[in-house]
Design a protein around this ligand. Structure first.
Ligand SMILES: Cc1cc2nc3c(=O)[nH]c(=O)nc-3n(C[C@H](O)[C@H](O)[C@H](O)COP(=O)(O)O)c2cc1C
Length: 222
């Protein structure tokens, strides 16, 4: 009963402030290497006051444990809401859930395969499928290497459907000084897709790249 009242009050507040309804992002976290991308992304979106809705696969819970010192409960605590992977009745399973889109960070090739075939077996892939059918933005930070033909064919299918394929590949032109710099730059470029700027992108021709190599001479642009 109390939950119902809280939900109603939240909904009323959202209706009074429509901007709250358009700044919801679903964060999917699957079991590819790079759990830190999702963790850092949740922190950045919190700074930007964007409401985050987290769905973690079971393998993602494993990669968090293998790759970071974070506890699963603390990762979930970074999100405004989180949903169990098997909770297929959760709000993001429906197209009526208002969201600007979804980022899967990192995205495994298993999750890619589910999305490319439309056979969605858990809440993460169901939510992403819904985002696609509603024609919202779906950004896939696909992490695998090398990629074989089926991976590439699946990614090509998803690209045709409108998904943004954004593998977490470092941009060395940004002259990163640390792994954190690389992560933040990559995530900043992902957030560019949603017109969100966390100030972590070193932009070519603005923050970096003003020195241009012309033949063997370097020209410094003002
Ligand atoms: C430490 C670790 C690293 C992994 N790295 C990758 C990876 O980079 N890319 C990938 O596609 N799968 C990777 N896997 C395998 C996936 O976790 C596995 O295929 C899993 O079934 C994916 O399920 P999900 O898509 O539901 O998360 C990794 C697994 C572990 C334990």
């Amino acid at each position: 009963m109390l939950n119902l009242v809280i939900a109603q009050v939240t909904r009323l507040l959202e209706l009074r402030r429509p901007e709250l309804m358009t700044s919801r992002i679903i964060i999917g976290m699957s079991g590819a290497s790079g759990a830190i991308y999702a963790i850092r992304l949740l922190e950045m979106l919190r700074t930007l006051q964007v409401s985050t809705h987290l769905i973690m696969s079971k393998s993602a819970e494993l990669t968090v444990a293998y790759e970071t010192d974070w506890k699963i409960a603390d990762v979930k605590g970074l999100a405004d809401s989180w949903y169990a992977i098997d909770d297929i009745a959760a709000a993001p399973a429906s197209g009526s859930f208002r969201t600007v889109g979804m980022i899967i960070a990192p995205c495994s090739v298993r999750t890619v395969a589910e999305l490319a075939t439309g056979v969605t077996g858990n809440l993460l892939t169901r939510a992403a499928d819904v985002v696609l059918k509603e024609q919202h933005k779906l950004v896939l930070m696909v992490r695998e290497t090398p990629l074989h033909f089926i991976h590439l064919r699946n990614l090509s299918t998803l690209s045709e459907l409108g998904a943004i394929i954004a593998p977490p590949v470092p941009a060395f032109y940004a002259r990163p000084k640390s792994i954190d710099d690389m992560i933040d730059h990559t995530l900043g470029r992902v957030l560019d897709n949603f017109d969100l700027d966390c100030g972590t992108v070193r932009r070519w021709g603005e923050d970096v790249g003003k020195e241009t190599v012309v033949g063997s001479r370097r020209t410094v642009r003002s």
